[in-house]
Write a protein that binds this ligand. Structure first.
Ligand SMILES: [Zn+2]
Length: 229
């Protein structure tokens, strides 16, 4: 409130409680200065249910003591707190990758609610109450963020991967999901030919179209173990 608003508040207060009236010019000026000091950030009235006159009227009706500016300031703080308690931050429209802009928008909307320029956003109360799920959770449900049509198209370019995917889909053990004990092909790599040689180090490089049988056995055992759990 500015000086003029504070003077109007004091005139209103004096009408309801004549004990608050200061008669001397200097006294009245001091009183306005004191009230304005404490009520500088308190609005006269907002569209959101705050009116300083209501506070004064309620005090005069409830209390035997003359109202002090601190009484008004405390009521405003309680009003502010109550509004913020009812407010749940709406999702900012700012780019989430810009934390500064995101935070600034949140603070702006909270401040607007606090000072009574905007109504509290009770988003959580009017929706069904489900917590917004994060992206990870939704992805787990859908399985992939790549549409299935695109996956089918991609399959042409990565036959090994797509063979594994269709194996998993059909319930066939995923042999490439385990390391091959026979040719030591690591997880995800196809088996390689092993030259039948007494020398262990001499190993062929040709890729086998199918995994070694022992690898399939290993994958089957692992799948069955997972199913049993
Ligand atoms: Zn192998």
């Amino acid at each position: 409130m500015d000086r003029r608003e504070v003077a109007a508040v004091l005139a209103y207060t004096g009408r309801l409680d004549p004990r608050t009236i200061r008669t001397g010019t200097g006294d009245a000026r001091d009183q306005i200065a004191q009230w304005q000091e404490l009520l500088d950030d308190v609005p006269f009235a907002t569209d959101q249910g705050w009116d300083v006159r209501e506070v004064i009227r309620a005090h005069v009706l409830d209390s035997p003591y003359p109202i002090l500016p601190v009484d008004v300031a405390r009521r405003w703080r309680a009003h502010r707190r109550d509004r913020l308690d009812r407010h749940s931050d709406p999702t900012p429209g700012a780019d989430p990758d810009d934390p500064a802009a995101w935070r600034a928008e949140l603070l702006r909307s909270r401040n607007a609610v606090a000072v009574g320029m905007a109504a509290p956003s009770t988003h959580r109360q009017i929706t069904s109450g489900d917590r917004p799920r994060d992206v990870e959770e939704r992805l787990r449900e859908i399985g992939s963020c790549i549409p299935s049509a695109v996956l089918a198209e991609l399959a042409r370019y990565r036959p090994t991967r797509s063979a594994r995917e269709s194996a998993v889909a059909e319930g066939v053990p995923d042999a490439l999901g385990v390391r091959c004990d026979w040719c030591h092909a690591p997880v995800g790599s196809q088996c390689r030919q092993r030259r039948a040689s007494p020398d262990e180090a001499a190993r062929g490089n040709a890729v086998r179209a199918t995994p070694h049988p022992s690898r399939v056995d290993l994958a089957t055992a692992r799948r069955d173990r997972h199913r049993a759990v």
